[in-house]
Design a protein around this ligand. Structure first.
Ligand code: FAD
Length: 472
């Protein structure tokens, strides 16, 4: 009822465009990207200005209507899907999609700007926004900020938290917080901007963000390394980092993940002549012709490591097509593994970088011992201490009949992996957030953190109207 009143009032005040109410228009936005959660909502509110957002949030507060902020709906954890009871309304900032300004070093983008659009706009000015991910054609600046997204360049440039210079947002009572000045020094108490980054829409609606830009890439070089184990990979990473800050990506993958890509993804070829237990993909860049070329840089730095045997074999992509082919192997691993090995539980986890080799060894052994017939392994961003840890279950899955293994044993496997991650001082969510998927585990493993977030939430949103059922 209150939702209907809100919709009516909003349309009367701001015109028909402010709310989509046709079920056919709403339907595609009710289910998450992976198809795991489906909710209900009577409308998608789509305000066009910060003032309209503020008015709608104030009205929702008055009428006790829960709101679910939604960007590109690419959340991997059901973060932007409305609850099933239909009482909440989705708020999409898709009409707030202008880049308000681009200057040397930074841009101010509205929350509805799609990441790829920002990439193009930055490129037009000889710059780049140094964060990218597979969902760049759909993910929005509001969603990326609210999830503190990462991606493949975190090693050099950090997550959104390091790239956001200021946030404009509407807080749950309808007041506007304006942090877009991007002050380098601002000691008026704790940072409201930082509080909103990674809050998953539970503490307010982000309407615009001031973002850091860096010079465009002039050249890149991509190397493929054959390695004995993750310890060798870490030693190579540290050796590179001791000599340069131009390494942007350092991804590792075990032999069977590479085999899966070569077997399942059309057109892929083994980068090295022989197989190695582990592989690393390394990317370095230059920003101007005055710098040593990335190819020369990697040749100079990797050569001695190869001579000393830390690296078993290495090749540097001869051209851009080969560089793209190396990355294609890395980017297709999830798909390739699913085709090759069947169902797997997938864990987006992080541990301190130095602890990663040991974690990979010990956690894999512990999981395989607890669930005989499984194979546990990880691939991904070694340089960020962030691995996609997959527990595959071909042998066990056959007993259960395919995907049903995940329904039967997935939660137990997840609990064990999360316990191991926590014991290693790590995080059960490195990149994707908590959303609906990891709430129970977060509460189980991080009671102090959850109590603090709850207290913050109770103060700012005492009625619990902003993105209910997510994060905490
Ligand atoms: P949504 O999914 O719509 O929302 C995400 C969360 O943000 C929700 O809690 C929502 O309520 C909140 N939200 C959205 N907009 C606002 C707003 N304006 N104000 C307040 N809250 C808001 N993530 C990574 O970090 N690294 C990766 O490498 C990566 N790769 C991916 C690859 C694929 C193929 C896919 C599908 C996803 C990937 N993701 C990755 C996850 C996802 O893309 C990110 O979480 C992204 O930040 C979500 O952006 P979005 O606009 O789609 O937000």
């Amino acid at each position: 009822m209150s939702g209907a009143r809100l919709i009516e009032t909003a349309i009367a005040r701001f015109g028909p465009k402010v709310a989509l109410t046709d079920p056919a228009d709403i339907a595609p936005w009710l289910t998450d990207w992976r198809g795991r959660w489906t909710g209900a909502s009577a409308a998608i509110l789509q305000p066009a200005t910060t003032e309209e957002v503020a008015a709608l949030v104030a009205l929702a507060n008055k009428l006790d209507v829960p709101l679910v902020p939604q960007g590109g709906n690419t959340s991997m954890v059901g973060g932007a899907t409305p609850p099933a009871d239909g009482g909440a309304l989705i708020v999409s900032l898709r009409r707030m999609n202008s880049i308000r300004s681009i200057e040397p070093g930074h841009a101010v983008a509205e929350a509805g700007v799609i990441l790829e659009t920002l990439h193009h706009a930055a490129a037009d000015t000889g710059q780049r926004f140094p964060l990218t991910l597979g969902a760049r054609g759909s993910a929005t600046i509001g969603g990326l900020t609210s999830t503190n997204a990462g991606g493949t360049q975190v090693l050099r440039f950090g997550t959104m938290r390091g790239l956001v210079e200021g946030v404009e947002a509407v807080l749950p009572d309808g007041t506007i917080h304006d942090g877009l000045a991007g002050l380098k020094k601002d000691n008026r108490g704790p940072s409201i901007d930082q509080m909103l980054i990674g809050a998953e829409g539970t503490l307010g609606l982000i309407t615009a963000v001031r973002l850091k830009l860096v010079p465009a890439v002039h050249q890149r070089a991509v190397a493929w390394l054959g390695l004995a184990d993750p310890d060798a990979a870490l030693a190579v990473l540290r050796a590179l980092q001791a000599s340069t800050d131009r390494v942007e990506g350092f991804e590792i993958l075990p032999a069977d993940s590479l085999d899966a890509a070569l077997a399942q993804i059309d057109g892929t070829r083994a980068p090295l002549a022989a197989a190695h237990p582990w592989n690393a993909l390394v990317e370095a860049t230059s920003a101007s012709p005055d710098e040593e070329t990335p190819d020369a840089l990697l040749t100079r730095l990797l050569g001695p490591l190869l001579e000393h045997g830390l690296i078993a074999d290495a090749t540097i992509a001869a051209n851009e097509a080969q560089a793209a082919a190396f990355w294609r192997i890395r980017d297709s691993l999830s798909e390739a593994e699913k085709k090759q090995f069947g169902p797997a539980t997938q864990h987006d986890i992080s541990v301190p970088v130095e602890a990663m080799p040991r974690f990979l060894r010990e956690a894999a052994a512990a999981v395989e011992a607890a669930f005989p017939g499984t194979r546990a392994s990880g691939f991904g961003h070694l340089g960020d201490g962030n691995i996609h840890f997959h527990v595959r279950a071909m042998a066990r899955a056959n007993d259960y009949g395919g995907d049903d293994w995940i329904n039967q044993e997935g939660a137990d496997v997840t609990r064990l992996v999360d316990d191991l991650v926590t014991a290693a001082g790590g995080s059960i969510s490195a990149e994707h957030g908590i959303g609906q998927m990891k709430r129970t585990e977060l509460a189980r493993l991080s009671p102090a953190r959850v109590a603090a977030i709850r207290a913050l939430k109770a103060g700012l949103d005492p009625k619990g109207l902003m993105n209910p059922g997510k994060l905490i």
